[in-house]
Design a binder for this molecule. Structure first.
Ligand code: SAH
Length: 390
């Protein structure tokens, strides 16, 4: 059989998408302007105009940019778009929690969760990686291999998507529903610190999205050497996924502890800049039935935190399919909380939110998998062959 190849017709080849400027940091916008041929003397000013339209007004159309010359607007529209990454799925829980599955690229999907009534008004939980390298035994994301780090732009895009849905453009400081950002989604933020720090610069920029650094919390499982650096570079609030008070157990359930043990972790926490009673470290402690929930451990927890300005968040374990744990009984959690309470830590139990849509702590996981170079090549060849044959 003879197959005719018509290389001019490639029906399966998607048209090359233009890059989006939405979510880019100010320095990145400036670099794009220069790449476009804008005079370097003017590129800073142009970048600031764009920043205001994109991140203060939330515009997705260059035509809105009335203080930018028509000719430049046309040039911009030829080279760029202002759209967000595609939303692959969006779910709303009975309790008002919302979850987005965002497609950052083919097969690269990550989740973000908006939780009303947390922080000053509502918090958005963002992902810093697709998948994770840490393998904490109680965490669903830990069962998914790392696919890749998210870029700063992709992290900021999660905030833009939530703002779009909540209708919170232009940026206003009154009656906001989205007031806080927590890096508690998929991934380990301190293994992607450059991009996380750049994203925080953009999110906190007063002429853009304007969510203050003190309302941004970064949670780590304990990448000790990066903890003080996180504070120096971002001034964000620090959260630590502690979950155990002794190295033996922590080595088992939070395996990064084998690399950085509790002593090393606490030395790093004490070196976090500007800790005070008004800027405390949040310690997250997931309540696992019969594993870490005894009263002796509650007392050890209090002892361990002595001298560190701290808040404690007891998180009832959120189940996921095949999870090797159960959530502690409610009486056990209350008794544990009582010990912590008596030591002066107020309201330590975190109510689970969004469990019905799998949006609660530790339930996030996407189907994305990392593909080998050989797999990617096979797929590209198959697409190519499909295109030719069609
Ligand atoms: N890697 C970072 C960011 C993820 S934060 C970190 O570990 O801090 C996600 C939080 O949810 C962490 O405190 C994590 O330990 C907790 N968590 C994970 N699985 C959970 C589960 N099944 N139930 C409740 N909390 C969980």
């Amino acid at each position: 059989m003879k197959i005719e190849l018509d290389l001019s017709r490639r029906p399966n080849a998607a048209p090359a998408a233009l890059p989006s400027l939405a979510g880019l940091s100010l320095p990145a916008l400036k670099a794009e302007m220069e790449a476009m041929g804008v005079d370097p003397k003017k590129s800073g000013m142009r970048a600031k105009q764009l920043r205001r339209w994109i991140h203060h007004f939330g515009t997705q159309d260059f035509a809105d940019m009335t203080d930018v010359a028509k000719e430049l607007r046309a040039q911009l529209a030829e080279r760029y778009i202002l759209t967000r990454p595609e939303i692959a799925d969006h779910q709303v829980s009975r309790d008002g929690t919302q979850k987005w599955l965002t497609r950052f690229g083919p097969g690269i999907e990550g989740e973000s969760v908006f939780i009303p009534d947390v922080g000053k008004a509502g918090a958005l939980c963002v992902s810093s990686q697709v998948g994770c390298t840490l393998n904490c035994t109680f965490c669903h994301t830990g069962t998914q291999k790392l696919v890749r780090n998210l870029t700063a732009q992709e992290i900021v895009a999660q905030v833009l998507i939530a703002r779009d849905e909540l209708g919170e453009w232009p940026t206003s400081t009154e009656n906001r529903r989205l007031t806080n950002i927590v890096f508690m989604g998929m991934g380990e933020p301190l293994y992607n610190l450059d991009n996380v720090a750049e994203a925080i610069d953009t999110i906190s920029d007063g002429d853009g999205i304007a969510i203050g650094r003190r309302r941004i919390t970064v949670s780590t499982a304990g990448v000790a050497p990066k903890i003080p650096e996180l504070g120096h570079r971002t001034s964000a609030a620090l959260a630590i996924s502690l979950h155990a008070t002794h190295d033996d157990l922590r080595n088992e359930i939070v395996p990064i502890n084998r690399k950085y043990d509790l002593q090393t972790l606490f030395d790093a926490i004490r070196a976090y800049p500007d800790l005070s009673n008004s800027k405390r470290v949040t310690f997250e402690y997931v309540m696992l039935k019969g594993v870490n929930d005894s009263l002796a451990e509650a007392r050890d927890l209090v002892r361990l935190l002595k001298g560190v300005p701290a808040k404690i968040n007891l998180i009832p374990f959120n189940p996921w399919p095949g999870a090797p744990y159960e959530c502690s009984d409610w009486e056990t959690i209350e008794a544990f909380a009582e010990v912590v309470n008596r030591a002066g830590y107020a309201s330590p139990i975190r109510t689970p939110r969004g469990r019905d849509i799998f949006a609660a702590c530790g339930q996030l996981r996407s189907e994305s998998v990392k593909k080998s170079a050989a797999e990617k090549r096979r797929e590209a060849l198959a697409a190519e062959a499909g295109g030719k044959a069609g």
